[in-house]
Design a protein around this ligand. Structure first.
Ligand code: ZN
Length: 166
C-alpha cells in the first residue's frame, strides 16, 4: 500500500444549530437543541495537483448540507415510532404515542434516518457529501471519507467508510 495523506476540515462555519429529540417505542426525549459541529476527513493518495482533494470544494459542499439543517427541527422520516404527516395547512404533524407536535413546514427538516442521533446524522451527512463529491468526479484520489458530528465540544460521533479508488 502506498503512503496515505489525509485532510481534515472542521471550520466554524460547518456548525449548525438544530432541535431534535430521540424517540424509541416507549421512550422519548423532550424536544431540545444542540450547536452541532461537523468535521470531514478524507484519506487518499496525493493527486497530480498536490492535493488529496480540494479543501474549498469540501468546505462549500459540506456547508450547503449543514445550511439545510441549520435552525430547523430535525425529524427522522424513517422513525419506527413517530407518525410524521405533511398537512395541507402547511404544517408538519408529528405524533408519538399520546403526544403531538406541529411545526411550520419551513421550520422542520425531514431526513431519511430512523433516529436523530449524532451517529445517524453523521451517516446522513456522509451519504450527501459522498454523492455531491462523486457527481463532481472529486474522489479520484480518495480512499476513505469520514464524517464527525459533535453535539457538544468533546462529544462526537463518527461515520467512516472506504470509498474504493486509488
Ligand atoms: Zn440531543
Amino acid at each position: 500500500m502506498t503512503a496515505q495523506f489525509s485532510i481534515h476540515v472542521a471550520k466554524e462555519n460547518l456548525k449548525f444549530s438544530a432541535a431534535h429529540f430521540i424517540a424509541y417505542p416507549g421512550f422519548r426525549e423532550p424536544l431540545h437543541g444542540h450547536n452541532y459541529q461537523v468535521g470531514v476527513r478524507v484519506e487518499g493518495a496525493l493527486a497530480g495537483t498536490g492535493y488529496v482533494i480540494d479543501f474549498g470544494l469540501i468546505k462549500s459542499l459540506t456547508k450547503a448540507i449543514v445550511d439545510r439543517l441549520n435552525e430547523r427541527t430535525i425529524l427522522p422520516a424513517k422513525s419506527d415510532c413517530l407518525k410524521i404527516e405533511q398537512l395541507a395547512s402547511g404544517q408538519v404533524r408529528v405524533a408519538y404515542e399520546n403526544d403531538e407536535f406541529r411545526f411550520p413546514a419551513e421550520d422542520a427538516v425531514l431526513i431519511p434516518i430512523v433516529h436523530s442521533s449524532a451517529e445517524e446524522l453523521a451517516r446522513y451527512i456522509w451519504d450527501e457529501l459522498h454523492q455531491a463529491l462523486a457527481s463532481r468526479g472529486a474522489l479520484a484520489s480518495a480512499t476513505v471519507l469520514e464524517i464527525s458530528v459533535a453535539e457538544a465540544p468533546g462529544q462526537s460521533a463518527m461515520f467512516r467508510r472506504q470509498i474504493g479508488a486509488a
